[in-house]
Design a protein around this ligand. Structure first.
Ligand SMILES: Cc1cc2nc3c(=O)[nH]c(=O)nc-3n(C[C@H](O)[C@H](O)[C@H](O)COP(=O)(O)OP(=O)(O)OC[C@H]3O[C@@H](n4cnc5c(N)ncnc54)[C@H](O)[C@@H]3O)c2cc1C
Length: 483
């Protein structure tokens, strides 16, 4: 242990970069030979109405526990604090005689405002700061279209970004990181009260291992088993055809640079085919941050102004049916049940359930975004907002509103044998695939012999598909032309 009185110390303020590898603030401290006081601050006020939801806080709790363990092994102590970073950081700097604070930037409106306050208060206290990009491939402001404006369409954004976007992860020896061990803790992890009291998320532990090490195993799995067949398997929700790296990215247990490097390296060594498609998805994440940074009101307001007048319904009953996976449309219900059980949902199914909420039920996309926000372990303000506005037809590069996903044929196309639907809806277990996505059309004797009791152990459809489709199109027709 290094004496508390010694100088040349820096604080590394961990935010959405809860890892030791490829961590620019740690790398910078290491390079400058600074003893590192690692700090995490939980500010319940930060995020405002978009403060992390229950599932995300579960992930955060376990990420912090893992990070604290890794730092402890290297002789340090991760300090947990609760309150305003702008007040806590100058106090800690003074207490431990640290003359600099390093941190990774965040890009959501609330995170930016926190940074501004922190910079100001540390400046007043005479403490130097350095901030870094620790969670994106490129800064959201780096890319501009031909007129010097932010992009609002993905394809040209990606065409311009792709040749220059990949950057090497930082290289330093984590076992040599000079962590400083304070003699006492500030608060404990439990004092942060990140876990909600209902414990519904306890079952998440059956589906996820939350640690930086696990994140790297997931990258290995992605390179070995996912990317080469990604283009063909990524839309099939019953197979593990995607990386499931999203929650690790959300709290920065891994950086996008590390993922891209592993994938590009494998691409060089083999002749795989799916890599490009996979990397395009990482590109969508970058694009989502580009949009959120330039249009900070989009978590609540449609990017296309005319959609602010959309005649959404107020229908708490249907909202509840959707949230609990009881709409009577098996593809929708399977997705919503997977979400509630595991904290994650397959991307194809996210698109189907989102479309169903905004088009079949005519409920505001913001209601869906809020439910996802509370229940996704990968909840990410940029990607969630972009996904919901895309589904509602009101965002950048969105599918036109009049293109309405059919929840029956989406199931039949992407879950041909009904494996995914039956996995999450046990009452449909014995229904032959021909009827899985339209049980209300199955002959009564078949329903009976399959043990399906419509309106009993599985609901009938809460809206009729073609009526709902016509209603959605009529609602769209009430909007004035695009401003
Ligand atoms: C309505 C809706 C809401 C969504 N909310 C979120 C969210 O809160 N958090 C989140 O991370 N993703 C969100 N997505 C995007 C996408 O569904 C998830 O990123 C993906 O399903 C995560 O699984 P994966 O890691 O296996 O993805 P993979 O297919 O393996 O993709 C690799 C990575 O690329 C990124 N990515 C993939 N698809 C997208 C996309 N469409 N937009 C932005 N980034 C993408 C993710 O970081 C993902 O981990 C949402 C999509 C929709 C339609």
């Amino acid at each position: 242990m290094i004496a508390e009185a010694s100088s040349n110390k820096s604080i590394v303020w961990f935010r959405k970069d809860l890892r030791l590898l490829d961590h620019p603030a740690l790398g910078y401290a290491f390079e400058r030979n600074k003893e590192i006081i690692p700090v995490f601050i939980w500010d319940e006020q930060e995020g405002g109405s978009w403060a992390p939801g229950s599932a995300s806080r579960w992930w955060l709790h376990h990420s912090l526990s893992s990070l604290a363990g890794s730092i402890e092994k290297l002789g340090g102590r991760l300090l947990f604090c609760k309150g305003s970073a702008a007040e806590i950081l100058p106090r800690l700097a003074k207490k431990y005689r640290a003359d600099e604070v390093y941190y990774g930037r965040t890009y959501d409106p609330s995170g930016i405002s926190t940074q501004e306050k922190v910079e100001e208060s540390l400046d007043q206290a005479g403490i130097e700061t350095q901030s870094f990009n620790s969670s994106l491939l490129q800064e959201p402001w780096e890319m501009k279209n031909g007129s010097g404006k932010p992009f609002q369409v993905f394809t040209p954004y990606w065409r311009k970004s792709r040749p220059i976007i990949y950057r090497e992860p930082l290289v330093y020896n984590t076992s040599k990181l000079p962590f400083f061990k304070t003699s006492t803790a500030e608060s404990s992890l439990d004092d942060l009260s990140l876990l909600n009291t209902q414990n519904w998320h306890e079952k998440f532990a059956e589906h996820w291992v939350v640690s930086e090490e696990a994140a790297h195993q997931m990258i290995e799995r992605t390179v070995d088993e996912v990317t080469h067949s990604y283009a063909t398997r990524r839309n099939i929700p019953s197979v593990d055809g995607t990386s499931r790296l999203s929650p690790y990215l959300a709290w920065g247990l891994v950086s996008p640079r590390q993922i891209c490097q592993a994938v590009l390296q494998a691409d060089k060594e083999g002749s795989h085919r799916g890599e490009n498609k996979f990397l395009v998805e990482i590109g969508w994440r970058e694009f989502s941050y580009h949009l959120l940074y330039h249009f900070p009101s989009i978590p609540d307001q449609p990017l296309r102004p005319k959609y602010a007048d959309f005649p959404w319904l107020d229908d708490p009953e249907n909202l509840k049916l959707w949230q609990s996976g009881n709409t009577g449309y098996p593809m929708v219900d399977a997705g919503m049940r997977q979400l509630y059980e595991t904290g994650w949902m397959h991307n194809r199914v996210r698109m189907v359930v989102a479309s169903f909420l905004v088009k079949h039920l005519l409920l505001p996309w913001q209601e869906g975004a809020r439910w996802f926000w509370d229940t996704l372990v990968d909840a990410d303000l940029a990607s969630n907002t972009q996904g919901w506005q895309w589904a509602a037809g009101c965002g950048a590069d969105a599918a036109p509103y009049f293109r309405i996903f059919n929840p029956i044929t989406q199931g039949e196309k992407f879950d041909t044998r009904g494996i995914y639907a039956r996995q999450w809806i046990p009452s449909l277990q014995n229904l032959p695939p021909k009827w899985t996505f339209r049980p209300w059309e199955a002959p009564a004797d078949l329903l009976e012999s399959s043990g399906v009791d419509l309106g009993g152990n599985y609901p009938g459809p809460c809206v009729d598909h073609s009526d709902a489709r016509n209603r959605a199109l009529a609602a769209l027709a009430t909007l004035r032309p695009q401003a």
